[in-house]
Design a protein around this ligand. Structure first.
Ligand code: SF4
Ligand code: SF4
Length: 130
């Protein structure tokens, strides 16, 4: 079944379960993300693209969800209670389900390198063991 951009945005919104319509695009989530410097698409954009029925492909093709530590700093600092972390998780889940699997393929972690914080390893374990 082929679904369009709007339907995929809705699917991600439902998977994430966070209210993106509250976002005021202040950027605090990205400013407080400890690995933003390693991300190709910043956390606030994950909200923005769902908010405006934007380019979901940008989110699904981004490396950022695999850099994300699941630390929830973005959600903690959001003045509107939005959780970019939940959208990162929704994107990861979308990829994992597309593989017909409940687990992450170790090859997907190829972007981890020796400059990543140790917490990334812990987060990777969580993703492996879903
Ligand atoms: S998700 Fe929250 S912190 Fe991030 S841009 Fe939107 S309102 Fe600001
Ligand atoms: S949960 Fe992910 S996106 Fe949010 S602040 Fe932590 S590392 Fe960044």
């Amino acid at each position: 079944m082929v679904i369009n951009n709007k339907e995929r945005a809705e699917m991600l919104r439902q998977l994430a379960g966070t209210n993106v319509s509250l976002c005021i695009q202040c950027g605090r989530c990205s400013a407080n993300c400890p690995v933003a410097w390693k991300m190709d698409v910043l956390p606030h954009r994950f909200v923005y693209e769902l908010l405006n029925g934007g380019n979901v492909d940008v989110l699904l093709e981004a490396k950022s969800p695999w850099k994300c530590l699941s630390c929830f700093s973005c959600a903690e600092r959001c003045p509107k209670g939005v959780s970019p972390a939940a959208i990162m998780e929704a994107v990861r889940l979308t990829h994992i389900r597309a593989q017909g699997n409940n687990k992450l393929n170790p090859a997907d972690l190829e972007n981890y390198d020796d400059k990543m914080p140790q917490q990334a390893i812990v987060a990777a374990f969580r993703k492996f063991n879903k």
